[in-house]
Design a binder for this molecule. Structure first.
Ligand SMILES: Nc1ncnc2c1ncn2[C@@H]1O[C@H](COP(=O)(O)OP(=O)(O)O)[C@@H](O)[C@H]1O
Ligand SMILES: [Mg+2]
Length: 241
């Protein structure tokens, strides 16, 4: 099976060398667990180490904030953006927020999917990130429509031919893998991040076609981003909730 190396320190050791090419991975975890950093680093390392173009679609904050966030790290994102190896696209949620009906929202989401698809083609993106799917879900007008729309959106991403990471914000408990319960169902793989002070940790919940680590591994966020201590393991018991 062809695999896409994440390039994130320690992670590829846990998943037989990388993510199955063309599949989708849900990165789940509570607020501040490192989802955005991991997703950005996936795009960054792909461009930097392997010359693979990547598109990051953000539904949270603004582009300035993200760039500022990333300037925290020793990553030269600007050079990669100039070479068209890395692109950040902000999906503006105001149109969803102020839409008058669910139909209008669906129409808007379809339009955005088309835009993303065009950008993927234009830059020949091999890696795609959507951060976060939770932000999309909270603006869907009717609860009864939300799951359907979120399902269609996340499912549509799979047709773009990229190896895709999407993030979902949970309440952070051990067996909570998505905000709305749809995302973990659509995704081929689920990786959970935890931050139970003082420990940050990562757990591969499922990965299609992969004999992945079943352990909980500690990680750190350093000036170079996420570094997973793949040889170390934490016990569930030590992770008080
Ligand atoms: N340069 C850095 N060095 C160490 N830790 C950092 C750095 N930048 C951010 N962090 C940590 O990462 C957290 C944010 O991670 P983020 O990926 O935005 O979380 P999430 O997307 O899961 O909400 C911050 O709360 C902080 O603890
Ligand atoms: Mg985030």
């Amino acid at each position: 099976m062809d695999r896409v190396k994440t390039g994130i320190s320690g992670l590829d050791y846990l998943i037989e060398g990388g993510i199955p090419m063309g599949s989708s991975v849900l990165i789940s975890g509570g607020s501040g667990t490192g989802k955005t950093i991991l997703a950005t680093q996936y795009i960054y390392e792909g461009a930097k180490k392997f010359g693979e173009p990547g598109l990051m679609v953000t539904l949270e904050g603004n582009i300035k904030n993200i760039s500022w966030n990333m300037e925290n790290f020793n990553w030269d994102i600007k050079a990669l953006q100039d070479k068209n190896l890395m692109k950040i696209y902000r999906l503006n949620l105001d149109s969803l927020r102020y839409a008058k009906s669910v139909d209008e929202q669906v129409e808007y989401i379809n339009k955005e999917l088309e835009t993303i698809s065009e950008m993927v083609k234009d830059m020949g993106a091999m890696r795609l990130v959507v951060d976060s799917t939770t932000a999309l879900g909270v603006w869907i007008k009717q609860d009864s429509s939300m799951r359907g729309i979120l399902y269609r959106f996340t499912n549509a991403l799979k047709d773009f031919g990229c190896t895709t990471l999407m993030t979902s914000e949970t309440r952070g408990s051990r067996n909570d893998f998505s905000a709305f319960g749809v995302e973990e169902f659509v995704a081929d793989s689920v990786i959970a991040l935890y931050f139970i002070s003082p420990n940050r940790s990562i757990f591969i919940r499922k990965m299609r076609g992969t004999n992945h680590s079943k352990k909980i591994h500690p990680f750190e966020i350093t000036g170079n981003g996420i570094e997973i201590k793949f040889k170390d393991e934490l016990m569930w018991q030590s992770m008080k909730e």
